[in-house]
Design a protein around this ligand. Structure first.
Ligand code: NAD
Ligand code: LMR
Length: 333
């Protein structure tokens, strides 16, 4: 029996009843990401969709005694994808193929562009107000694809579309702590640009480690830019980062939900429809973003940067522009 005090405390616990859908929930990222979302008390309705495996993952997670109901949806079910998406608040998309050693993220475009386009079309119809969080690579191009699909359906809200780049920021925290011998939980690096190789720019000059020796700093920047390759090589053909990505995706989803719930000062870096470099023809760019009740509340500038970082930014912008144009051209075809 609850005591009177305990009962009162329990009844005033604030629960935000959010519906969250994971598309690709049976995969390497989808499964641990769904587990972390099952543990998130802001989520009360968790819907899992995949071409295969979503029903099993949902049944498994449904035994965990948190306050969400979990349901699995499959394509062979009548309107399975539509039901998974209907009136949901947040859609996470980790559906698609991962890299193998020797591949770039751009090599995934041929398969993943079509997958993301079709899922975005379904989301536009069933959940036109949802926040959409794109994980599927190449993020630099898949986010513009989703934007074009939503525009073509007349439901594009630039405040509600996000490329998930959180893995770059969590890697940067970890890697800088290894170089500086510090507590990784206390390290924060502003990582801007995009999500592949040289488009990933960690702004070390804005950290307390800006005076690292040049060789160590260059190696650190390279490791953050190409951290994904370390995992792809170590997995040796069995895929790319899944567990660290699940943690990153859950962290970012929690920030989006906190913003929707009206919490203040929720800031995460994300690849969004951004005014920062539109004059250079770059429609999407990752920088710190304040999240609010309508999604993106404010896009922050990247801040002061060093001359070396100016050079990185110039190279990033060249590649990013091409990646974005490729996505837009595909979606308009
Ligand atoms: P995976 O192959 O383990 O899982 C992908 C899942 O997507 C599979 O279960 C598959 O059945 C499902 N799927 C494919 N087409 C689908 C469709 N049309 N509808 C629903 N589900 C579909 O791959 P993974 O390791 O989970 O990686 C998924 C994607 O995430 C890859 O593109 C990878 O490159 C990307 N990724 C991005 C980041 C990032 O930082 N943004 C990090 C890691 C991986
Ligand atoms: C990552 O950064 O780990 C992901 O984008 C997956 C990959 O292909 O490296």
């Amino acid at each position: 029996m609850f005591s009177r005090v305990a009962r009162r405390a329990f009844s005033t616990t604030k629960v935000n009843p959010y519906k969250v859908t994971v598309l690709g929930a049976g995969g390497g990222i989808g499964q641990p990401l769904s587990l972390l979302l099952k543990l998130n008390h802001k989520v009360t309705d968790l819907r899992l969709y995949d071409l295969k495996g979503a029903a099993g993952v949902a049944a498994d997670l449904s035994h965990i005694p948190t306050n969400s109901v979990v349901k699995g949806f499959t394509p062979d079910q009548d309107k399975g994808l539509h039901k998974a998406l209907e009136n949901t608040d947040v859609v996470l998309i980790p559906a698609g193929v991962p890299r193998k050693p020797g591949m770039t993220r751009d090599d995934l475009f041929a398969i993943n562009a079509g997958i993301v386009r079709d899922l975005a079309a379904a989301a536009a119809e069933a959940a036109p107000n949802a926040a959409i969080l794109v994980i599927s690579n190449p993020v630099n191009s898949t986010v513009p694809i989703v934007a074009e699909v939503l525009k073509s359906k007349g439901v594009y809200d630039p405040h509600k579309l996000f490329g998930v780049t959180t893995l770059d920021t969590i890697r940067a925290s970890r890697f800088i702590s290894e170089v500086a011998n510090t507590d990784p939980t206390q390290e924060k690096v502003n990582v801007v640009g995009g999500h592949s190789g040289i488009t990933i720019i960690p702004l070390i000059s804005q950290t307390k480690h800006k005076n690292l020796p040049k060789d160590k700093k260059d190696a650190l920047i390279h490791r953050i830019q190409f951290g994904g390759d370390e995992v792809v090589q170590a997995k040796n053909g069995a895929g790319s980062a899944t567990l660290s990505m699940a943690q990153a995706g859950a962290k970012f989803a929690n920030a989006v939900l906190a913003g929707l719930a009206g919490e203040r000062e929720v800031i995460e870096n994300s690849y969004v429809d951004s005014p920062l470099y539109k004059s250079d023809g770059i429609e999407f760019f990752a920088s710190p973003v304040t999240l609010g009740v309508n999604g993106v509340e404010k896009i922050h500038s990247i801040g002061d940067i060093s001359s070396e970082e100016e050079e990185l930014l110039a190279k990033c912008k060249e590649t990013l522009k091409k990646n974005i144009e490729k996505g837009v051209a595909f979606a308009k075809k």
